[in-house]
Design a protein around this ligand. Structure first.
Ligand code: NAD
Length: 254
């Protein structure tokens, strides 16, 4: 039987890519929900509740301000949720965790298979390269319309490095250096965000010691890479018990 999939934000950049990928995967696209005034060539439902009731799985790549409301609505309707929106506050994360008591959710800052392998490698490298001699820096670049920085993927890379070093990212994070910042702290994990043009997503994790540099780079040049991973997650999560899952679970890397 085909999995019924609905898309919140179906008129957006990711929404359009997701609709194409749902069809390519042979799943059933039931339609989408959009903010008032946003156009789409797809079937639009008048509200999220009616979309959720018609869908086994709802894909959501919209805006952080929508997350808490979507969490409550989808949990009440019982639809599974694939959440890719970034820039979530602690309160938004708490709303997702609460909803996961009632519905299955795949939540990932980046749905690309390559990036999820990179996250696993980042943790392994951080375990092997001592923080006292290898400085970790994360540089990302995205299109000029992106509203949050550093990107969710950059933060996920930082968390992977922190996990490998047995520390909390919040305790060692250095973001957006400007002015007289003082010398770099030993063990810091640094972030720099570039914005410009129509770059879909570029991330480099650099380990720099006095004697060598090791860099891992991922470049996404088509949103199809995120859309393909999200649809893979949607097909995987349909019918799963309630809980909060990640791409590690979907890809069998957990
Ligand atoms: P976009 O602005 O092109 O699209 C967002 C869409 O969501 C728009 O059509 C907008 O009308 C709609 N929307 C916003 N608020 C809504 C609401 N309350 N209800 C219904 N629809 C609403 O943005 P985009 O480039 O498609 O990115 C969307 C989000 O996905 C961002 O947070 C981005 O960072 C994230 N993203 C995540 C991944 C990943 O792999 N996790 C990949 C790419 C983008």
């Amino acid at each position: 039987m085909k999995t019924d999939i609905g898309i919140i934000g179906i008129g957006g950049r990711m929404g359009i890519a997701l609709a194409g990928e749902v069809r390519a995967a042979g799943a059933a696209l039931v339609g989408g929900f959009e903010r008032e005034g946003t156009r789409s060539n797809e079937t639009l439902f008048p509200d999220l509740t009616s979309l959720a009731r018609a869908s086994a799985v709802v894909l959501d790549f919209t805006h952080a301000s929508a997350v808490a409301g979507n969490a409550a609505c989808l949990a009440a309707c019982g639809a599974a949720w694939v959440l890719g929106t970034t820039g979530l506050s602690a309160a938004d994360e708490a709303a997702v965790t609460e909803a996961a008591k009632k519905i299955p959710i795949v939540h990932a800052a980046n749905f690309s298979t390559g990036v999820n392998l990179l996250l696993a490698l980042a943790q392994r490298m951080a375990e092997a390269l001592p923080a006292a001699s290898y400085d970790a820096e994360i540089v990302e670049m995205h299109h000029r319309q992106k509203v949050d920085a550093p990107s969710g993927t950059a933060i996920a890379l930082g968390q992977a490095v922190a996990a490998g070093r047995g520390v909390r990212l919040e305790d060692v994070r250095e973001s957006g250096r400007d002015g007289h910042t003082g010398a770099r702290k030993t063990g810091a994990i640094g972030f720099a965000a570039l914005r410009g043009g129509q770059v879909v997503g570029e991330h480099t994790l650099l380990f720099a010691s006095a004697t060598e540099h090791i860099a891992l780079t991922h470049r996404a040049f088509d949103r199809g890479t995120f859309a393909a991973g999200a649809v893979r997650a949607a097909l995987w999560i349909a019918g799963k018990p309630p809980g909060l899952y990640g791409m590690k679970d979907v890809l069998g890397l957990a």
